[in-house]
Design a protein around this ligand. Structure first.
Ligand code: TYM
Length: 339
């Protein structure tokens, strides 16, 4: 059976880009593949976090994933730091990825440039090696992600191939999968930048828990252009194309199909808002319901971590043995045999 793995960082609030670009596909995938999903809290540490807030955000994100439709009786859902194999394999991956490869990662370049003279952690630079470890620990075949993670999954493939060729067959080579619509949801105020969690209170970001009135207001103010023709044209009309992509993704159509019948921006904005409100309403209701029994979520995450460890531990042991780390209980003959 195909194995699927994906992760999401507990930073800020879940937004519409996460939902349409990744999470609704996780829900679909869990019924056709052996699916493992992870709240990647170690990845959040690349920037300084408030400890209490990080714990909250991690828990609330797991709650949101269940609300969106992950079913822990079908898939495996866990928190990354509960499975220590991630951090351990990450070191082996850091030693297999080159400095040049990590320097070429556009997310690192963007984020470190934005930080300017401010603090840039070493973890921000080595982050893709941890992401490679996340994926490779589970003998993953497919990694469903939004477009912004393409380069990281490519690096994972390169590192896995290098490790296998240096030390013998160890890792399954994964491939990224992207949704046909919604892979790149853009900021409503700046449709040339992707919608992102760091824009939390920004008018261009629709949050999973935004109220209907807020959603309507944000779409009403969405940036379009001075023409009035409604057509999907990413280069010439990024704002309108983003609305069409969102409307299409929220209603199961292509952006071109979603464009049919519109001659003005006003109705397009109103209908896109309505479609998003309709898509998010049942998720918001389920989120509130799940919040009434936090101990159930704690149990779900513990069971998920135990299931994940059963797969991750042997993979880590295989990688450690193949790279030549001395097993803790090795007999002298193993060592002498090698010498
Ligand atoms: P993260 O937490 O930034 O985003 C989670 C998922 O949401 C997708 N996404 C988007 N899709 C469409 N439009 C957008 N505007 C948008 N913004 C985010 C992301 O592509 C992602 O699929 N490094 C990863 C987390 C990670 C991971 C992994 C993913 C860590 N280990 C292993 C897959 C496999 C990240 O920061 O995603």
């Amino acid at each position: 059976m195909t194995r699927v793995f994906s992760g999401i960082k507990p930073t800020g609030n879940v937004h519409l880009g996460n939902v349409l670009g990744a999470l609704v596909h996780w829900v679909d995938d869990q019924h056709r593949a052996d699916s493992i999903y992870c709240v990647v809290d170690l990845h959040a540490l690349t920037v300084q976090q408030d400890p209490a807030e990080l714990r909250q955000t991690t828990f609330r994100l797991a709650q949101a994933l269940l609300a969106i439709g992950l079913d822990p009786s079908v898939c495996t859902l866990f928190v990354q730091s509960h499975v220590h194999e991630h951090a351990e394999l990450a070191w082996l991956m850091e030693c297999t990825a080159s400095h040049g490869e990590l320097s070429r990662m556009t997310q690192f370049k963007d984020k470190s440039t934005k930080a300017g003279q401010g603090f840039v952690s070493g973890g921000l630079f080595t982050y893709p090696a941890l992401m490679a470890a996340d994926i490779l620990l589970y003998d993953t075949n497919q990694v469903p992600v939004g477009d912004d993670q393409r380069q990281h999954v490519e690096l994972t493939r390169d590192v896995a191939e290098r490790f296998n060729s240096r030390y013998g067959p160890t890792f399954v080579i994964p491939e990224a999968t992207f949704p046909t619509t919604g892979a790149r949801v853009m900021d409503l105020q700046d449709p040339t930048s992707k919608m992102s969690k760091s824009q939390d209170h920004a008018p261009g970001t629709i949050l999973l828990l935004d109220e209907p009135k807020t959603i309507e207001k944000k779409f009403k103010r969405a940036v379009t252009d001075t023409e009035s023709e409604v057509r999907f044209d990413l280069a010439a009309k990024p704002g309108v194309s983003n609305l069409l992509s969102i409307l299409g993704a929220a209603t199961g159509r292509t952006p071109e199909q979603a464009a049919v019948g519109y001659t003005q921006y006003g109705p397009l904005k109103a209908d896109t808002a309505a479609a998003v409100i309709e898509r998010l309403a049942p998720i918001q209701a389920r989120y509130a319901e799940l919040g009434r029994d936090p101990s159930e979520l704690t149990r779900t995450l513990a069971a998920g971590a135990a299931k994940a460890t059963e797969i991750a531990a042997p993979t880590l042991a295989r990688a450690q043995a193949n790279i030549g780390l001395l097993p803790p209980n090795s007999s002298t003959s193993v060592v002498v045999g090698v010498l």
